[in-house]
Design a protein around this ligand. Structure first.
Ligand SMILES: Nc1ncnc2c1ncn2[C@@H]1O[C@H](COP(=O)(O)OP(=O)(O)O)[C@@H](O)[C@H]1O
Ligand code: SF4
Ligand SMILES: [Mg+2]
Length: 342
């Protein structure tokens, strides 16, 4: 094992610290789109910590800001405000050599392996492409050998290095995407719904692969999903998002066995249960209506238009994400434990 530099976080220490992160997109109208008539509040004050070697699940319905959060953390979109410290250094202020190193250290795996791979490139070129941008990781003469090794690591046949994406199944294509993300030996991988487009049986295989790679390489994951069941086994902690904000965050046990926010409880009650006797006893919480527009979110608690517990105070005061009950933070004035899955 290589020696850890003095500045390297030890296992369990924060590798990423996100504070009050905000990303708004202007809503423009007019022939030349010159007039800004509002803001899409895609991410609206998100704070969390990612520790070395852990998986933080990020869960919420479509449109709640998960991919925007991922794009900002990848530095593909500038934040509107807020900070993110990578190993204690402001990652949005990084330039030059430090930024190059950051771009190696944080990688992303996207949802759709069909559209995220260039159909005209061979698998070898796709997986080896990051070496063109960062030749210091693999000198030209060693690249093919490195790519073969990466294919082997993700469970693909290294002999298939000259094949094209269409010659692989959906699950295999996601393995290609994972091999490419691993090429630069990152420390953090942001997984943006990597298994949502796959069949359930294939999902489990890809999740197992990601778990194995995490142990082997000491990776930290931000694992995004729209369904709480998908992230359960991989996640050490889970953050539940609603309309640009984290509404509850805690350990796997706290979120699944002691949820305190009505939204988390509703999401949990929708998780498929295999055991028919358990399914029969379970009370399903049906959410009324749709997710409101992030251009004009409800005052006070953003969840109040769909919440069965809402009181007057919920329209007037934004509930802070603080610990009121059950030992973990929940952004609800009336947070209380409710066992949803028996
Ligand atoms: N580039 C953009 N310009 C304007 N609005 C955007 C842009 N990207 C995302 N949004 C909006 O931000 C909100 C959050 O989207 P997104 O982050 O993709 O959510 P999720 O990944 O949770 O489904 C949505 O209302 C979406 O329409
Ligand atoms: S603060 Fe009020 S509206 Fe919001 S989740 Fe809690 S009870 Fe429901
Ligand atoms: Mg998304």
């Amino acid at each position: 094992m290589s020696e850890r530099a003095a500045t390297e976080p030890a296992p369990g220490e924060a590798i990423l610290e996100v504070r009050d992160l905000v990303k708004h997109f202007p809503v423009r109208v007019g022939v030349l789109f010159k007039h800004v008539i509002g803001q899409v509040r895609a991410v609206d004050g998100v704070s969390f910590e990612l520790r070395r070697g852990e998986t933080l699940g990020v869960v919420g319905e479509s449109g709640c800001g998960k991919s925007t959060l991922a794009q900002v953390l990848m530095r593909l979109e500038p934040p509107t405000s807020g900070t993110a410290l990578y190993k204690g250094r402001d990652m949005f202020a990084m330039r030059g050599a430090e930024l190059r190193k950051l771009r190696r250290s944080i990688q992303i795996v996207l949802q759709d392996p069909y559209t995220s791979l260039n159909p005209r490139m061979t698998v070898g070129d796709i997986v080896g492409e990051p070496f063109d941008i960062h030749p210091e990781v693999a000198p030209k003469g060693e690249r093919r050998a490195k790519v073969r090794e990466l294919l082997d690591v993700v469970g693909l046949n290294p002999e298939h290095i000259n094949r094209y994406p269409h010659q692989f199944s959906g699950g295999q294509r996601q393995r290609i995407g994972i091999a490419r993300a691993l090429a630069l030996r990152p420390e953090i991988i942001i997984c943006d719904e990597p298994v949502s487009a796959l069949d359930v049986s294939i999902q489990a295989q890809v999740m197992n692969l990601l778990g194995d790679l995490q142990s082997e390489f000491g990776l930290s994951y931000v694992f995004i999903a729209h369904d709480l069941s998908v992230v359960r086994h991989l996640s050490d902690r889970v953050a539940v998002m609603y309309l640009g904000k984290i509404v509850e965050i805690g350990t796997e046990d706290e979120i699944y066995s002691h949820p305190t926010h009505p939204y988390t409880q509703a999401l949990l009650s929708a998780v498929p249960v295999a055991d028919p006797t358990v399914r029969g006893q379970r009370q399903v919480i049906r959410l009324e209506g749709d997710v409101p527009s992030p251009v004009d979110p409800p005052s006070g608690c953003r969840f109040r238009t769909r919440c069965w517990k809402a009181q007057d105070v919920c329209a007037e005061e934004v509930p802070e994400l603080v610990t009121r009950v059950a030992g973990h933070p929940s952004a609800c004035h009336f947070a209380e434990e409710r066992s949803v899955v028996p």
